[in-house]
Write a protein that binds this ligand. Structure first.
Ligand code: E4P
Length: 219
């Protein structure tokens, strides 16, 4: 199972990378805006800075919503670095763009996925990654994890090569359940990754070990 971090914040990406468990990064226009990044050149420079931190798989999203615009932008993004995965929204023109990039050997991440039907279209078009948004489904009283389960089942049944990248993950239980279901990748904020470290019995046990060691050493 791969761990991606869902942010455009360079110090958070560095922290997750330094932990030694990071396989990639996902960004979106909202996350870039949150870091105050705007303008074509600044956006490209920021993607390059992200690529310089991690080993591979940096999702960079197109803004265009028409086929020609997505192709033009996607090609520009892919030129930034070999680590770039072009992120394309799940719309009609997006499916065509995914098909095009697949034929050109450029990796894509199909984003804003909320149904099994959309997942089928993206896989048929040759998406490298599929991003169903768990948290945003939960927000409107649909079971996001159930969708992940359904898509994993369909993809395994037909041996689709598209990897299920569970997105919009809000807490550690989302991540753990995705692991149980068999999602190929999770993308989440830093606090969800580091949240996996926490257990009160670990803290208590370590404090006891250190206290016993100090006592035995006469400190
Ligand atoms: C995924 O690629 C998206 O950037 C992200 O996971 C969306 O998460 P949110 O619903 O917390 O904004």
């Amino acid at each position: 199972m791969k761990f991606f971090i869902d942010t455009a914040n360079l110090s958070e990406i560095q922290e997750a990378y330094d932990l030694g468990v990071l396989d990639g990064v996902t960004t979106n226009p909202s996350l870039m805006a949150k870091e105050g990044i705007s303008g074509d050149e600044a956006v490209k420079a920021h993607y390059k800075a992200i690529c310089n931190i991690v080993d591979d798989k940096v999702s960079a999203e197109v803004i265009a919503t028409d086929f020609n615009g997505m192709i033009r932008e996607g090609k520009e993004l892919a030129k930034i670095d070999d680590k770039i995965v072009v992120k394309i929204p799940m719309i009609k023109e997006g499916v065509k763009a995914i098909k095009y990039f697949h034929s050109e050997g450029i990796r894509t991440n199909c984003t804003l996925v909320f149904s099994a039907g959309q997942a089928l279209l993206a896989a048929k078009a040759g998406a490298s990654y599929l991003s169903p948004f768990i948290g945003r489904l939960d927000d409107i009283s649909f079971d996001g994890l159930e969708l992940i389960q359904q898509i994993v089942h369909i993809y395994r049944t037909y041996d689709f090569q598209t990897e299920v990248l569970a997105a919009s993950i809000r807490h550690t239980m989302h991540l753990i359940k995705c692991a149980e279901i068999g999602a190929d990748v999770v993308t989440c904020p830093l606090k969800v990754i580091t949240g996996l470290l926490n257990h009160p019995l670990t803290d208590k046990g370590l404090a006891q070990f250190l206290a016993d060691h100090a006592k035995a050493a006469g400190k």
